[in-house]
Design a protein around this ligand. Structure first.
Ligand SMILES: Nc1ncnc2c1ncn2[C@@H]1O[C@H](COP(=O)(O)OP(=O)(O)OP(=O)(O)O)[C@@H](O)[C@H]1O
Ligand SMILES: [Mg+2]
Length: 155
């Protein structure tokens, strides 16, 4: 089922803080799925994690490259993927993302393209809000599965 926590993201600073806390908690083999509508803030959050873990402030969105790979400060790899443009399972296989699940920090936008190839230990972050209506307050709902259920309080 998973354990959940909700964080309000009233400002870009709040998103940057959440990304920095996440970056402080993530290590090799940790998989984070970033879900939310176009413009919900998935890349913004991923960038904040990359800034914290890799010292790169303006990471490009992997919109067209599908994946960007970075070195983390502790000598590992961080994979930032955007699967929006994936149309076939073969494209997904070519990326090698499922192998990276075992050794890299993986931040994945549009993870619905993974189908049922989800690792049992994972963090799912649903970003909502950001519209212009009354209910425009941005929030991140973070759900931990597997060993992440017990690590949620560290974020
Ligand atoms: N907490 C926030 N407060 C205010 N603005 C924000 C916040 N988070 C993100 N934004 C802004 O929302 C816009 C879209 O963000 P972003 O590119 O991260 O969305 P995305 O979910 O990655 O979209 P896509 O599905 O197209 O990849 C950016 O201009 C960003 O600065
Ligand atoms: Mg994006």
């Amino acid at each position: 089922m998973g354990q959940s926590r909700t964080h309000r993201l009233d400002s870009l600073d709040a998103t940057h803080d959440l990304g920095a806390r996440l970056g402080g908690a993530l290590g090799p083999g940790d998989v984070v799925l970033l879900t939310g509508d176009l413009g919900a803030g998935k890349t913004t959050l991923a960038r904040a994690v990359i800034a914290k873990m890799c010292g790169i402030e303006d990471a490009p969105s992997p919109t067209y490259t599908l994946v960007q790979i970075y070195d983390t400060a502790d000598g590992g790899e961080l994979w930032h993927a955007d699967l929006y443009r994936i149309e076939e399972a073969s494209e997904l296989e070519e990326l090698g993302l499922e192998d990276a699940f075992d050794f890299a920090v993986c931040l994945i936008e549009w993870p619905d393209r993974l189908g049922d190839a989800l690792p049992p230990d994972r963090l799912e972050i649903l970003l909502t809000g950001g519209g212009t209506g009354l209910e425009s307050g941005r929030e991140a709902r973070i759900t931990g599965f597997g060993r992440w259920e017990e690590r949620l309080d560290h974020i």
